[in-house]
Design a protein around this ligand. Structure first.
Ligand SMILES: [Fe+2]
Length: 248
């Protein structure tokens, strides 16, 4: 969220990688731009150079026109797959490492969000296809409503290795492994300024609540906190072994 969150990833990721030795790093960057809306091509490249393997996004991905060409060209830059056909980009990719292969999938919910295509049927269809290639399947479900997010987790339980939510900017304390072996957390929370209202200046949010005026949010200029999750998975079966919340 904003330059504060973006810079936190650039500066802290190398250390986090040394500590946790992840095989795969996925970051949602749909709010990385200075105004918190969308991301710019140089930010995508910056994240990749810092060690991010796959960049996912969400509803704000369309805000910066500069990113459109990159969405079509970059295999590792995803946008929710269930947007209407014909838009640039896609919501999945396959990453290969030494002796392993994993797929990352990006889908978006519809509850209290734009009424795009059904993520449930699209998700099942996509994951079923990708599971022919690898059992390691990681899903970023960009959605608002806890009910839709939990339902989505159970819908893909036993198919996906992990289903984690993004979009609300507030981390939930419900990380767990579902009955058939899928790691789940409703929302990872943001990498963004501490002391903010979902990344924005609290004063503006309060004034908006008091006046009901359509005041524009301003990204708070403050040091960031990184939120996320660390998931370990059995490489042969694709089932999750653990999920741990991260707050740095
Ligand atoms: Fe979003």
């Amino acid at each position: 969220m904003g330059l504060s969150g973006y810079r936190a990833i650039l500066s802290k990721l190398p250390e986090l990688k040394t500590t946790f030795l992840p095989h795969l790093v996925v970051v949602n960057a749909e709010n990385a731009a200075e105004d918190g809306l969308g991301l710019l091509p140089e930010q995508y490249h910056g994240l990749r150079e810092a060690g991010v393997d796959v960049v996912t996004t969400g509803n704000h991905v369309w805000e910066k026109r500069e990113i459109t060409d990159l969405l079509a060209a970059e295999d590792r830059l995803l946008r929710p797959d269930n947007y209407p056909a014909g838009l640039p980009g896609k919501g999945w990719c396959v990453v290969e490492g030494e002796g392993w292969k994993a797929a990352v999938v990006n889908l978006q919910g519809r509850s209290r969000m734009a009424s795009i295509d059904d993520p449930f049927s699209r998700g099942k269809e996509l994951l079923t296809r990708l599971s022919q290639e690898t059992p390691l399947l990681f899903v970023d479900f960009h959605a608002e409503a806890p009910e839709e997010k939990e339902a989505f987790g159970y819908w893909l339980d036993g198919v996906a290795s992990a289903v984690v939510g993004t979009h609300t900017h507030v981390a939930t304390a419900d990380e767990r492994i579902l009955p058939l072996g899928t790691a789940f957390q409703s929302d990872l929370g943001m990498c963004g300024p501490e002391g903010s209202v979902i990344g924005s200046d609290p004063e503006v949010s309060i004034r908006r609540a008091l006046t009901m005026l359509p005041l524009r949010s301003e990204v708070l200029d403050a040091p960031a906190c990184i939120h996320g999750a660390l998931v370990t998975v059995d490489a042969a079966s694709g089932r999750a072994l653990s999920i741990q919340r991260l707050r740095v």
